[in-house]
Design a protein around this ligand. Structure first.
Ligand code: ATP
Ligand code: FE2
Length: 332
């Protein structure tokens, strides 16, 4: 049997555990997501408590549904950062204890890099420009000169949080992205600020203006439509320039907002016009998940990256994508 890796994810809302093998076959992918009290956002200490409470259960479920025993695990990988420190600590403590008990190597994985690696595995894209669009994140990333580098990103809120903020104002239920997508169908363009600065983006002013237009009597449908068209056109522009800069021919869409069909359509159209390919990561693997951590742990371990010293293992809550070594990618 090939190598078996247990992955642990705990950077924000989701505590996840997953098992994969050395060929990238996912044997299980379990999670339990913290839900804030009605009307609240994520409270980091509450999320930590949630993660601590569910950790063992989720891990045992992952092992059980993979059909393996604890003894079959060869390596453990956990999401070391970036993320919210209390949430990361829950994952670190759990993973260190487990690695001690099972006497197995522990790999520290970067959450953002893991989103890309599982995306490459699932879509078979080899060397894409990645759009990572979740609640908190909006980044355009490509692997250049030995590292994943961020070519453009939001200067304020992530695109998912922007949609959620507008959705709250419009009285939708959380999560708001899918409701806005539904509502936008058949809408017409009413014009909203378009804010691209160099390769960076800003969304909070657009949400303010959209909310104002809604309160001033514009139709909800038209505002939802215009909000999507504007924000998605902005990210599409930045992706296109990243393709031009890097000379790459593939685009990978991941993160919760990548579920949006209109976004995939706009990026897809841009790609077709340039002769590039685009692909969206399947839903289960584009949300925060532990499968991506397990797989990236396999890649790192196989490439000879050293496991963490259990005595001194720490979280890296501000671990930047371009600080991550990627010895598993060998390109000129
Ligand atoms: P992170 O901490 O990585 O930013 P998160 O938990 O905030 O993660 P995800 O779980 O990746 O984010 O995604 C959730 C976001 O995706 C929410 O903001 C939600 O509104 C948005 N979303 C989900 N489905 C859609 C959709 N169909 N269209 C647009 N946005 C969507
Ligand atoms: Fe994420």
């Amino acid at each position: 049997m090939t190598m078996i890796c247990l992955g642990i994810e705990s950077t924000a809302h989701t505590f996840g555990a997953a098992v994969c093998d050395g060929s990238g076959k996912m044997l299980s992918n379990e999670k339990d997501t913290y839900k804030p009290k009605a009307g609240w956002g994520l409270v980091p200490m509450d999320a930590r408590k949630h993660h601590e409470e569910v950790a063992s259960h989720v891990m045992l479920k992952a092992i059980g549904s993979a059909g393996v025993n604890e003894d079959d695990i060869d390596i453990i990988a956990f999401s070391q950062g970036p993320g919210l420190p209390p949430c990361l600590h829950a994952g670190l403590n759990f993973s260190v204890d487990l690695a001690r008990r099972l006497r197995k190597p522990l790999m520290g994985v970067n959450h953002c890099v893991a989103h890309i690696e599982i995306g490459r595995l699932m879509t078979k894209l080899e060397d894409p420009v990645t759009l990572y669009v979740s609640g908190a994140n909006t980044q355009v990333i490509a692997h250049v000169a030995g590292r994943y580098r961020v070519f453009g990103e939001t200067q304020d809120i992530g695109i998912g949080n922007a949609l959620d903020k507008f959705g709250r104002e419009a009285g939708f239920e959380f999560p708001h992205g899918p409701k806005i997508e539904e509502k936008a169908k058949g809408g017409k363009w009413i014009g909203l600020p378009y804010v691209v600065k160099g390769m960076d983006l800003s969304f909070s002013g657009i949400v303010t203006d959209a909310t104002r237009k809604l309160k001033n009597g514009e139709s909800l449908r038209d505002v939802c439509f215009s909000l999507q068209e504007t924000m998605f056109a902005m990210v599409t522009e930045v992706i296109e320039r990243a393709l031009a800069h890097t000379g790459k021919g593939e685009v990978l869409l991941t993160g919760g907002v990548a579920a949006n069909k209109r976004l995939a359509e706009m990026v897809g159209t841009m790609c077709r016009e340039r002769g590039a390919r685009s692909s969206v990561v399947p839903w289960e693997y584009c949300m925060d998940n532990a499968a991506m951590i397990a797989w990236t742990g396999v890649l790192a371990h196989r490439a000879g990256q050293k496991p963490l010293d259990l005595q001194n293992a720490e979280i890296l809550s501000r671990w930047r994508t371009d600080q991550v070594e990627t010895p598993w990618i060998q390109r000129p």
